[in-house]
Design a protein. Structure first.
Length: 247
């Protein structure tokens, strides 16, 4: 019995040492991976990297990580429109990506994920600024322009339009718009057109309320999959395969 107790104590101690060594190794690997991602993506600050799965040391020996989560704050992507305008910077407040089946080299100089998914938040003012929505003249002497986007509830975006006539500005009641992804672009389309008080063709009013916005240069090669309206902005749902994490 005494020998059995000694063996159990040794097993517990060795197990504890293995767990401690495993956790130290994963912390060091996360720091190194974060530094590599920062350099690869040209970030101004170091992202947060979490390597999931236990034990880490066996994953390290096999050259493949089960799952890696990367969180980047204040990421500068590019935005372009379907109207042919050039790209303009768009600030993503927070981007979180989960990478699965990540194959890597021993020094983390390169890493590629078999699958990736994630979310990114773009604030309403940032989306409107990037869209470069210009005034439209529905009738001579009157201009209309989207001046604000906000949460419309139930997954809708509230579009706020301002009219200018004779130098006098007036805001119309906001109209709710749906968000969809079409050909890699965010499409904003009003569900019901605003009442401007004068007969104007629908296609003319939609030149004011509806617009498209492309978000490009997302990190690690992930792509826009879907979009959802949220309280503070628009949530971009991202996906990718054979995604380069670093290298």
């Amino acid at each position: 019995m005494r020998a059995l107790r000694i063996l159990l104590i040794i097993a517990v101690v060795l197990g504890g040492l293995f767990v401690a060594a495993d956790r130290v190794a994963v912390y060091l690997a996360e720091d190194e991976a974060a530094a590599r991602v920062r350099s690869s993506e040209g970030l101004t600050s170091t992202p947060e990297v979490s390597i999931n799965g236990f034990p880490f040391l066996t994953q390290l020996a096999g050259g493949t990580l089960d799952e890696v989560e990367v969180t980047i704050d204040d990421y500068d992507a590019n935005a372009g429109t379907g109207s042919g305008r050039g790209a303009t910077p768009v600030r993503i407040e927070k981007l979180t990506a989960t990478m699965s089946d990540v194959e890597f080299t021993g020094d983390f100089a390169s890493a590629t994920a078999g699958r990736a998914s994630g979310t990114a938040l773009v604030s309403y003012p940032e989306l409107l600024k990037a869209a470069q929505v210009e005034p439209v003249e529905p009738i001579p002497g009157v201009t209309a322009q989207v001046v604000q986007l906000s949460d419309g509830g139930d997954g809708k975006v509230a579009v706020h339009v301002e009219l200018t006539a004779g130098g006098v500005k007036s805001k119309l009641p906001p109209v709710n718009a749906s968000l969809v992804v079409r050909n890699g672009e965010i499409a904003v389309q009003a569900d019901k057109l605003p009442n401007v008080g004068i007969p104007i063709p629908e296609e003319t009013i939609r030149k004011v309320t509806d617009f498209r916005q492309r978000i490009s240069d997302l990190p690690a090669g992930v792509e826009l999959d879907a979009v959802e309206a949220a309280e503070d902005g628009v949530d971009l749902l991202l996906k990718g395969s054979n995604v380069r994490l670093v290298g």
